[in-house]
Design a binder for this molecule. Structure first.
Ligand code: AMP
Ligand code: ZN
Ligand code: FE
Ligand code: FE
Length: 288
């Protein structure tokens, strides 16, 4: 039995609907899948229903853009309660910041004499958590760029003229939020974020796991993080980070994680929930 614990749908910047994604997961022989859309859990209800219909196990999740000591990190919350009021409140904030960022990127394009309208981007995104790939697709659709890659290379990549930095929650706050919502906090694709120096701080702040298996990790990168996981007693996870047809061939099916990793995540989620019910012992109990 195999799992893919890092997947995006069109509720953020993937191209597949939850139902299409589940169909592909089934075709690739996966038994369990997690949905990890950026800054949203809105796709989880449909993905869960599609999984149920197709006999797959569903792991609810979300990938939060965070930072620690100036380093950008992506933290995934697995098994979060997708109806948790504070989680939903925080996500609504991230989403509104993302929408303003789209307007800002469009304004920058307009200054470059590219008459794209924000509404065109929102129409393509058709979700509350829009991002740069949607701006890129709008540029392609309006004929300003030939491909999504060209849109990123010319305009959207970091430090290119239409690039606007993204809001990042502090990693410590992100992990507290994930735990409060009953979830397990996992560092996504550490090999892509130069985050090695901050891993000890993340561990100290309560991080539960680390994504060792990822499409963009080389075998040696994967080995390095497996060693980190062992040393710091972290749960090992992995996933394809499939965004559908954004970049040519879909990545789903390229990472097949043994199901035992899902069991580990699940038992950690149980622990998180139990510890939420039990008040923490005080560091300095009052003297009676
Ligand atoms: P954002 O969250 O708005 O900063 O956008 C990040 C998303 O853009 C990620 O999901 C990446 O997969 C995607 N992305 C980054 N570079 C490229 C690229 N050259 N072509 C297509 N998508 C990209
Ligand atoms: Zn994405
Ligand atoms: Fe990511
Ligand atoms: Fe991702």
């Amino acid at each position: 039995m195999f799992a893919d614990l890092h997947l995006h749908t069109n509720f953020s910047d993937g191209t597949y609907t939850p139902e299409e994604l589940v169909m592909h997961a089934r075709r690739h022989g996966l038994s369990a899948v997690a949905l990890t859309d950026h800054d949203t859990v809105e796709g989880c209800a449909r993905m869960s229903a599609a999984c149920r219909q197709n006999g797959l196990e569903f792991v609810p999740g979300s990938e939060l853009t965070a930072e620690l000591d100036g380093v950008e990190l992506h933290l995934i919350g697995y098994f979060i309660d997708t109806e948790h009021p504070r989680l939903l409140g925080e996500m609504a904030k991230f989403q509104s910041v993302r929408q303003n960022r789209i307007r800002e990127m469009v304004a920058r394009l307009n200054k470059l004499n590219i008459p794209l309208e924000a509404e065109a981007v929102f129409a393509i995104a058709n979700c509350r958590s829009p991002g740069r790939p949607h701006v890129g697709r709008a540029l392609v659709q309006a004929g300003f760029c030939a491909t999504l890659d060209e849109a990123f290379e010319r305009f959207l990549k970091k430090h290119r003229p239409a690039w606007v930095p993204k809001f990042k929650i502090s990693a410590v706050d992100a992990m507290a939020l994930i735990h409060e919502a009953g979830g397990v906090a996992v560092l996504a694709h550490p090999g892509l974020n130069r985050s090695d120096d901050v891993i000890p701080l993340l561990v100290e702040a309560g991080m539960d796991g680390i994504e060792c298996y990822h499409t963009k990790h080389t075998p040696s990168t994967c080995e390095r993080y497996l060693a980190v996981a062992e040393q710091s007693h972290l749960i090992v996870t992995g996933g394809s980070d499939c965004h559908g047809l954004n970049k040519g061939k879909p990545l789903i099916g390229t990472i097949k994680l043994p199901y035992s990793h899902v069991l580990e995540l699940k038992s950690r989620a149980d622990e998180v929930r139990r510890s939420r019910l039990t008040p923490r012992p005080l560091a300095n109990p009052p003297v009676s």
